[in-house]
Structure formats: C-alpha cells, structure tokens
Ligand binder design. Structure first.
Ligand SMILES: [Zn+2]
Length: 539
C-alpha cells in the first residue's frame, strides 16, 4: 500500500482559511487581485442604502488594517471594472453579474477572476458576510481566483447578553462590528431586567438602582442578574435605541428578553405585594441582615403571582415600554425559565401550577399577538422532569411559540428537545455552549430545530468575556451555526483556526493593538530557565 497524501489534523492549511467556513468554495492557485492592485470599490448606479453601507464598511475596514484609502465609484463613472471589487445586491446588477445562480437568503456569491472581484449579496446580511470573506482574503495580501457560494445553515444564529453597562457601550459596538457580524450572527437576545429606565414604573428603576448599590456595598445579597444587566445601573431609553439601531445596521435583529413571571426580582423588589411567596416563608423573612447570611434566592422573590391582576398590569406596561424602544420586527422573548415558585402563595396554593403557568403564557402570547408580535420563551418548565410542577402546560399553550431549550446540560444522555418538537413547537438550542453540546450533528438535523444561541451571563466587558471563555465560545459556535459540514470530531482543526484568529481579533475589539504593555508600557526581558546554545541568544 502506498499512501499518496496524508492530512494531519490541526496541521497547516494549504489554502486560505475563511471562517466560518463557506458552504461551497473553490479556489485556484492563482491571484485574482492583490491589495496593491485594488483601486476601487464599484457599485451599480443608484445603489440601495444597504449596498452603500456595506461599501463603506469594506472601505473602512481596509483603511483600518492598511491605511489605504480605496475610492467608492459607480458603474457610470468608469470605463473598466478592473482593479476593483464590484459589489451589490443581486437585484441591483443582475445583468452584469457573472454568477449564473442567485445567492440564497442571507448568502452571497463571490467570483474573483483576473483583476476583478464580484460580490453579489442576496440581501444586506449576505453582503456583510461576503465583505468579511473578502477582508479575510485580503489579510493575506490578495484575493485568489475563486468561486464561492455561501449562505448560513440556521435561521436564528443568536447571541444572548444583558444590556451593557453605560461605560461598555463602545466595546459592545466593537463586539458587534468585529465579532458578531463577521461570524455570521443575525440575532441578539437582549435581556432587560431593570436595566432600562421605566417611565411608567419609576419605583422599579429606583429599587433596581438602590438594590444594586446596596449589594455592591455588601448591605444586601447580590441582586440577581444585577451586574450582568447595565452593570447594575440604568440606561436611558435613548441609549437603548442607539444600541439597537447599531446592531440592526450590522444585520443583527434585536429580540428583547422581557423576564416575566420568573427571574422578576427587579419587579418584586419594588412591588412585594405581588411576590409569589408561601405564607410560612413570608413569616420567616424578617432577617437581621447584620447577623444572617441570606442567599439571594431567599432574600429576593423570584416570581410574581400568576393569579393576581396587578401582576399583569405591571408586566404589560413593561412590555409596552420595551417594545416602544426596541420595535422588534417579529419576536419578543418572554422568559419563563426556572419557575420553581408557583402555586405557593395564599391566593394560588390550591390552584394547579400547570394551569397557572399556561394562563400566564397564554396572556403574554395574546398581548403580543395584539401588537402583531410573536413570542419566544425558555422551554424548561414544559419538560417532564420530576422536579418541575408544570409539564402538563405543554398541551395548553399556542404552538407558534418558539422554545429556547437549555436544560440539555442537565440531561446529557437524552435528546430532550424531542418532547417540544413532538408537541409541534419550533426549537432553538438555548445556551449552546460549544464545548459540550452532545450529539450536535444528529440533533440539528431534526425538523423544527431552527437555530442556536450562545449565552453570556456576565458583565459585558472584554476582560470578563475573555475570562469566562465567551469570546472563544462565540467564535467556535459560529461555524456550527453556519456550516452543515461541522463535525465535533474535528475540534482540533477549528481550534487551530481560532488560535490563529484571536490575537488580531482581540486588538480590534480592544480598540488598540495588543500587546498593550498595560501600566508599565515597557517590555520586561524574560529569562528562560534552561541553558541556551550561544547561537540562539539574541544580542
Ligand atoms: Zn399566587
């Protein structure tokens, strides 16, 4: 037997690496256009706003990495399309475009040949992803002769985070521009809790600020989700509008996560009268905070009462205010996870918890439907797990609610999503931590699995995200969401690609080039602890 060639996992790549890995890519060992040859970005006459935005994005990113100022011109201003990247939507320059097939939704087609590169996007997202492919090539100094037909695998490629703290908004925007958009994400699930000023409920805003301040001073237990939403402070509505508009401009739809029923400490701390608390617990909650260590779960009421009308009045107002600011295109995420405190207050204690949950879900669904909006929610409480009191609710709620399924990590051996799919729901893999989602390849193929979501549950700053492994997680998961040839066995190969990418990417999201020589601004010679051959020691 003669082995002609051998691929070594995580060895070196003999072709340019584009990541997430394109669906169909053929490259030749020939140069189409070098960075030196590139002179212009050419657009069809009368381009759309989207095409203009993407052309400026390409021009701007080239200028950032090379200081080269590339002119943006139109077809009617030039005689030749050479030394150019021609870009536009497929509807804008169908006639001139060399691609025979149309790009797929959110996809693009890239044809690079002698001195001209044609990039055709199906839509704005497709153009943004295509531009990132062009930029990845240009990092090596040239675009090879190639034909790429690329488009995402999943409908929802999501990233979950809390509202950023005010001082982290510039970083949040860089993260969108240099990480989320280039990695093909199209959805941000944005958790609000008490992190935006609510005009109709100043008491919520006041108590959220006070609670977080007291928690920081150690006077109260940590406010649940306090530091991860707006850094425990409050953003003004104009700041939220600005963040949302920025994300949308990069092709990321913002789905607000309005925590309702559960994880509503931001509400119950202001309105303790609607807290879902058993009578015996209520009697017990006269603590001396100087003497006792109280877990946040006891100090704060996790749920409000699903039977009291006042609960609905408050949550409707909160939905209204958030929807007015975010203006969601289609979906609102209504929380409903970890509803352990249900059917326990004096009003509810004889009621069926599953009925209470279903009633709350149905009223949220109807309230959104009246605004022409659809609903998403966490799916855990519908699972048939001994600890939960509410699984029968699964038969009592509308099937068009999209379920974010996350308790897969409590049940590694089971395909838990089957219960939701079999009941007719569409499912998004919730909190899909790339490092350990079991049987990913077979589970994503099931009918009704429409997306995935990487989650952060921490403050949104570069240090914390890096420390928690979230930057890696976002990058790794991007390819799982994008490319249908993803294989968990090939982890070492993806790791190798990411290891090469991360230093440059960190400089971009940091806003200055690493290493930053933090504090000292001086380099410190490193003494190696073993003897070196004389020739290896630099003078
Ligand atoms: Zn109740």
């Amino acid at each position: 037997i003669i082995i002609g060639s051998l691929d070594i996992i995580a060895g070196v790549f003999d072709c340019p690496v584009i990541y997430p890995i394109p669906r169909h890519m053929e490259t030749e060992n020939l140069v189409a256009l070098t960075m030196e040859q590139l002179q212009q970005i050419l657009l069809p006459d009368n381009p759309s706003e989207d095409t203009l935005f993407v052309a400026e994005l390409l021009k701007g990113k080239i200028a950032e990495s090379t200081s080269k100022d590339i002119a943006v011109k139109y077809f009617n201003q030039v005689n030749s399309q050479e030394n150019a990247i021609v870009l536009g939507l497929c509807t804008e320059y169908e006639k001139d475009c060399p691609a025979k097939v149309k790009p797929q939704k959110e996809g693009y087609i890239l044809h690079a040949d002698k001195l001209t590169v044609y990039l055709t996007g199906a839509d704005k997202n497709g153009l943004i992803y295509g531009v990132e492919t062009v930029l990845s090539f240009l990092e090596n100094g040239f675009i090879p002769v190639c034909r790429i037909n690329d488009f995402p695998r999943m409908q929802f490629r999501g990233f979950h985070t809390g509202l950023p703290a005010r001082e982290e908004i510039p970083f949040f925007k860089r993260f969108i521009k240099y990480v989320l958009a280039p990695m093909g994400y199209n959805t941000i699930f944005l958790e609000f809790a008490g992190g935006m000023r609510f005009d109709r409920h100043p008491k919520i805003t006041e108590m959220w600020m006070e609670g977080n301040q007291k928690a920081k001073k150690g006077e109260w237990p940590a406010f649940p989700h306090g530091s991860m939403v707006a850094g425990g402070s409050v953003l003004e509505k104009s700041e939220v509008t600005d963040i949302v508009a920025y994300a949308r401009s990069y092709g990321l739809e913002v789905i607000p996560e309005v925590q309702s029923l559960s994880h509503v400490q931001y509400i119950t701390v202001a309105y303790p009268e609607i807290a879902e608390i058993a009578e015996e617990t209520k009697a017990k909650t006269k603590y001396d905070l100087n003497k006792e260590d109280i877990p946040p779960s006891e100090f704060y009421a996790h749920s409000y009462c699903a039977a009291q009308e006042k609960s609905y009045e408050i949550i409707y107002d909160i939905i209204d205010e958030i929807v007015e600011v975010v203006k969601p295109v289609e979906y609102v995420h209504m929380g409903h996870d970890e509803v352990y405190q249900i059917g326990i207050c004096p009003v509810c204690k004889d009621k069926d918890p599953a009925d209470l949950l279903a009633k709350h879900i149905n009223r949220m669904h109807k309230y959104l439907a009246d605004k022409n909006l659809k609903m998403m929610m966490w799916g855990d409480m519908l699972h048939d797990v001994t600890r939960y009191k509410t699984p029968p609710a699964i038969d009592k709620i509308p099937k068009d609610i999209v379920m974010l399924d996350f308790i897969w990590y409590f049940h590694f051996d089971k395909d838990l999503e089957d219960r939701l799919l079999n009941h007719g729901f569409k499912v998004i893999m919730g909190n899909m931590y790339s490092s350990h989602y079991p049987r990913y390849e077979s589970r994503i193929l099931k009918d009704g699995m429409i997306g995935a979501q990487v989650s952060t549950w921490c403050r949104f700053d570069e240090y914390t995200l890096g420390y928690m492994g979230k930057i890696y997680d976002v990058l790794y998961s991007a390819n799982m969401m994008w490319n249908d040839t993803y294989q968990s066995d090939a982890r070492l190969i993806y790791d190798k690609i990411l290891v090469d990418m991360i230093p440059k990417l960190r400089s971009k999201i940091h806003g200055s080039t690493y290493p930053t020589m933090y504090k000292t601004k001086k380099s410190v010679p490193l003494r190696l602890p073993y003897p070196q051959p004389a020739a290896c020691i630099p003078k």
